[in-house]
Design a protein around this ligand. Structure first.
Ligand SMILES: [Zn+2]
Length: 317
């Protein structure tokens, strides 16, 4: 029997409470987990236990002073951190460490050959978090920390990060824009009409990293055809040329037509197609190593649908 698919989850992820009416709410993960229980999928997944990311790894990505400031804000019982949309509670710091460590545990399980691929149902999300700034519901950049872990602990030399969240992953791009070992591909809604206002085509990386950042912004109202065309015609050829040894997926499901936070029109099927295309890429150069990491997705039913589909693809891979 072949290896299974890893699933990173911990009930403690529900303890990050950004505020009563905040869209990035614990119910998002409850919807996913309930779906996996109802369908029996949970029993077929290999549970991977997350741990709090060790500070030395977090500090490879975020400034120690920023980390401290976040910890203090939580300890003092503040209700927001740095920007109004980054709501916190007293436990947010610990849970954010557990989210970053969850993704580390996920990539570790794949690298150690315990599972063939994995999905990390973690929160808070990470792709907007900058070196010294919390932004857009994000505090620690989970995917960036896991990428550094892959490069430095597992000595990989080419990691691809594919970010199909409807919002541009400004934080992730900025960490690696001068690093030729990391290819950052993002498909997102046009920065003119959508948060965070970065991710223009001309942002292509800098210095030695020029050419390993590829932004494919799509006009407001784009649907399956526009997304699949951008991925197949431009994204995948560039990724194939890069030949990643590992594929990390910033998996936001907020470009779905029923998502309340953006203005794109993707169907559930489009996410399935994009998922299989990325698995094919991972098979070609990365021995199938792909780890999906939850970012956005704010319609609970849609989110559960898309994560269920994505997990089925990973399991069948
Ligand atoms: Zn998003």
């Amino acid at each position: 029997m072949g290896l299974g698919t890893g699933f990173v989850y911990d009930e403690r992820y529900l303890r990050h409470r950004p505020g009563e009416f905040h869209p990035e709410r614990p119910a998002r993960l409850e919807a996913i987990v309930n779906r996996l229980r109802e369908t029996g999928l949970m029993d077929e997944l290999v549970r991977v236990t997350p741990y709090e990311a060790p500070l030395p790894w977090v500090e490879r990505v975020h400034e120690p002073a920023y980390i401290k400031r976040f910890q203090e804000a939580c300890r003092k019982g503040m209700s927001i951190f740095m920007v109004p949309d980054c709501g916190i509670c007293s436990e947010s710091y610990d849970i954010a460490l557990l989210a970053a460590g969850g993704v580390m545990a996920g990539v570790e399980a794949v690298m150690q050959g315990l599972v063939k691929n994995a999905f990390c149902a973690v929160r808070p999300p990470g792709h907007h978090a900058e070196r010294n700034r919390a932004l857009g519901f994000c505090f620690f950049n989970n995917v960036a920390i896991a990428t550094v872990y892959l490069l430095e602990n597992f000595r990989l030399s080419r990691v691809a990060i594919v970010d199909w969240d409807v919002h541009h992953g400004n934080g992730t791009q900025h960490f690696f824009e001068e690093d030729p070992r990391v290819f950052y591909l993002s498909l997102h809604e046009d920065p003119h009409t959508c948060y965070p206002g970065t991710g223009f085509r001309q942002e292509q990386g800098r210095g030695a990293g020029r050419g390993t950042t590829l932004n494919l912004p799509l006009p407001r109202g784009s649907g399956d055809q526009e997304y699949l065309q951008a991925l197949e015609k431009e994204g995948l050829p560039a990724l194939r040329q890069f030949a990643p040894e590992f594929v990390l997926l910033s998996a936001g499901f907020d470009a779905h037509q029923d998502d309340p936070l953006a203005h794109q029109n993707l169907s559930r099927e489009a996410y399935r197609t994009m998922g299989s295309l990325l698995l094919e890429l991972a098979r070609e150069s990365a021995d199938g190593r792909l780890v999906g990491v939850l970012e956005g997705g704010y319609n609970l039913t849609t989110l559960a649908d898309c994560v269920e589909d994505h997990l089925r693809l990973l399991m069948a891979a």
